[in-house]
Design a protein around this ligand. Structure first.
Ligand code: ATP
Ligand code: MG
Length: 433
């Protein structure tokens, strides 16, 4: 389709993607900008990054561009660098349905193919548009332009077959619908509810990558709300299906998602650890309560709860260790915010992750899980002058551990060796002299 019909001029492309296409074409290959960039340009949205598809083999692409490197993930790709931009170049390939696992999931898709094959193996029609900068024309093999006009996310080919090949596409459908403000086409949406569980067979690391894309898209809340409305949150969003069933948990999660979206859209940094910590918090709360009911002391019970929840989650969703360390730290800080006497508030304030822990507690207060007064106190305390801080401290509460003092050897009932976290009961009534 010529430029008069779609309006994308080659000048609107990024410098890098244009130079890659020109370089490949000068070397006698064909090259197109594809995928999200073409879709976004047509919608008047600034593309996040650019993908180029070509008939040149990866090694050839690598040879043609000095600043490039071969990336071998599931298939060979080439990253070409221009200044701060990285253009991802992939060689036309065909979906190969001959190698699958027992659920029909395609395990190999690194077979080179024609341009038509390349278009057919893509997920949605709006992601399968090929733009040639030299002629300023768009190749549209699957009616993607029509679907952009109708604001429709439609899978290419038979929905069931394509979801079985790669269940992650169900999550992607939800993400694009929310991001583009499109609706999922009826035939595409219909099988999702019954097929959602297949996500469970996808390697946990890939599910994590796709969840990150969804959660950090700037449209996480509408995405989750949309899935929920359609009854599609079961199985599709590994960590959310339980949480969204509890009113308190739902409120907390929605606040966290909303805040994240606002930060992403304002170009501010967001911490995946904070977000995952928030998504799982109510599961931790439930497990913590359970362990305490089984007579574990609060602090050990919290640690048991954290490990339980993270172990269960990482089976389905491989949260990298660099995140789980921070997540645990944020969680561990939560009960400490309740201690507002003695030296403890100062120690908490000095914690390297205080800011994250505090923001997390504010979110808890906003959802009604802990008192707003606690959040206000800490807000004032952290900004107060040192003397004012001391004035703000509360009197030690009954039952609270007092600074260690030498005590006379007690009579029977005093278990020696029970130290550390166990409570030293302060018998303030008994020894009131
Ligand atoms: P975004 O703006 O979020 O980056 P995108 O469309 O560029 O959206 P990517 O995940 O970057 O999405 O993928 C680039 C392209 O690769 C897609 O447009 C699509 O054509 C193809 N693609 C990606 N993942 C799949 C998949 N699971 N199945 C089929 N095609 C896929
Ligand atoms: Mg992309």
């Amino acid at each position: 389709m010529p430029v008069a019909k779609h309006g994308i001029r080659k000048e609107s492309l990024s410098n890098g993607s244009r130079r890659v296409c020109e370089g490949l074409q000068q070397a006698g290959f064909s090259a197109y900008v594809v995928g999200g960039a073409v879709r976004d340009l047509l919608l008047g949205v600034k593309p996040k990054d650019y993908d180029v598809a070509t008939n040149a083999p990866p090694e050839e692409v690598h040879r043609l561009f000095r600043r490039s490197r071969l990336i071998g993930r599931r298939f060979k790709l080439v990253h070409v660098m221009f200044g701060s931009e990285t253009v991802e170049v992939s060689t036309f390939r065909a979906g190969d349905a001959s190698v699958t696992d027992e659920h029909g999931r395609v395990l190999r898709d690194n077979v080179f193919g024609s341009r038509e094959d390349d278009a057919a193996r893509r997920d949605f029609t709006v992601n399968a548009l090929y733009y040639d900068p030299s002629t300023e024309t768009i190749l549209d093999f699957h009616n993607g332009l029509r679907d952009i006009k109708h604001k429709s996310v439609r899978i290419i080919g038979d929905p069931r077959a394509r979801f079985r090949e790669d269940p992650i596409r169900m999550l992607r459908a939800a993400r694009f619908a929310a991001k583009l403000d499109f609706t999922i086409d009826d035939r595409t949406r219909e099988p999702i509810a019954e097929m959602a569980d297949l996500i469970g067979n996808v390697p946990a690391a890939r599910v994590f990558d796709e969840m990150i894309k969804l959660l950090l898209s700037g449209h996480a809340k509408p995405c989750v709300v949309g899935l929920r409305k359609a009854g599609l949150h079961h199985g599709l969003l590994p960590m959310l299906d339980v949480i969204l069933e509890q009113p308190m948990g739902e409120k907390f999660v929605m606040l966290a998602l909303d805040q994240t979206d606002q930060r992403v859209l304002a170009g501010k940094p967001v911490s995946p650890a904070f977000l995952f910590g928030a998504l799982l918090w109510h599961e931790v709360l439930a497990a913590w309560k359970k362990f305490q009911q089984e007579n574990h002391k609060p602090v050990p019970a919290l640690h048991m709860a954290m490990d339980r929840v993270l172990d269960l989650q990482t089976e389905k969703l491989a949260i990298p260790r660099r995140y789980t360390t921070v997540i645990k730290e944020i969680w561990t800080m939560q009960p400490r915010f309740e201690q507002r006497s003695g030296r403890r508030p100062f120690a908490l304030l000095a914690n390297e992750k205080f800011r994250a822990g505090f923001d997390f507690m504010v979110l808890r207060a906003q959802s009604g899980e802990c008192p707003g007064e606690l959040a206000d106190w800490w807000e004032t305390f952290q900004h107060a002058a040192p003397d004012d801080r001391t004035d703000m401290l509360k009197a030690p509460e009954q039952g609270e551990k007092r600074p260690r003092r030498r005590r006379r050897p007690a009579g029977k009932g005093d278990k020696s060796g029970s130290g550390g976290e166990s409570e030293t009961r302060q018998n303030s009534h008994g020894d009131a002299s």
